[in-house]
Design a protein around this ligand. Structure first.
Ligand SMILES: CC(C)(COP(=O)(O)OP(=O)(O)OC[C@H]1O[C@@H](n2cnc3c(N)ncnc32)[C@H](O)[C@@H]1OP(=O)(O)O)[C@@H](O)C(=O)NCCC(=O)NCCS
Length: 162
């Protein structure tokens, strides 16, 4: 049984474990790299947990952490979906959908009108997953990746109150 748990600043150990699992399990899905963990990534990661106005969710399957997603305030009424990950052992069971729904609910509740995300070029499974969840490519390019040339692709979804 999958449950979602909202993380607080007291959840550093779980937060750290989730991030390390994500970077190990899906090294090509994120701009951040495991190799940078001891070169500042861990501090950046803990700072994210404490970022004002942020919302972090862990997915637990029978009590084991198997996924995560974050929502961050962006500009004005835009919220940002970040760091979506589901363990490769339990993909395809709807956990990713549950995580996105949780972040969308938070985004609407915090006054957001749209949710934005950045996906790496070539991450086709994530692209398909986001399109299935109503996100559309904007054509906008995001940050430059560690290779110095490739850039993230930005996707956006307008949020509607039901
Ligand atoms: C992308 C990811 C989060 C999806 O998680 P998941 O739990 O497997 O997704 P779900 O089972 O909830 O699937 C949700 C929907 O997306 C679709 N989908 C998921 N993965 C897909 C894939 N690889 N190809 C096509 N469609 C896919 C599903 O068919 C499903 O559609 P449905 O609602 O009609 O059934 C997961 O594959 C992952 O963690 N990947 C590695 C990390 C990553 O790439 N993160 C994104 C960084 S931007």
């Amino acid at each position: 049984m999958v449950t979602l748990r909202v993380l607080t600043t007291d959840d550093r150990p779980l937060w750290r474990a989730l991030r390390l699992a994500a970077l190990t399990d899906a090294p090509n899905a994120f701009k951040a790299r495991l190799v940078d963990w001891d070169r500042g990534e861990e501090e950046r990661w803990h700072a994210r947990l404490e970022f004002p106005g942020a919302y972090h969710v862990a997915a637990l399957l029978d009590g084991h952490a198997v996924g995560m997603a974050s929502g961050l305030p962006c500009a004005a009424d835009i919220r940002e979906l970040r760091s979506v990950w589901v363990s490769s052992e339990v993909r395809g069971r709807g956990i990713g959908n549950q995580l996105i729904t949780a972040i969308e609910t938070w985004a609407l509740g915090s006054g957001g009108a749209a949710l934005k995300l950045a996906v790496l070029p070539g991450n086709e499974p994530a692209n398909a997953f986001y399109r299935r969840n109503g996100f559309m490519a904007t054509g906008e390019r995001g940050d430059v990746l560690p290779d110095g040339t490739t850039r993230e692709q930005i996707m956006m979804k307008a949020l509607r109150r039901t």
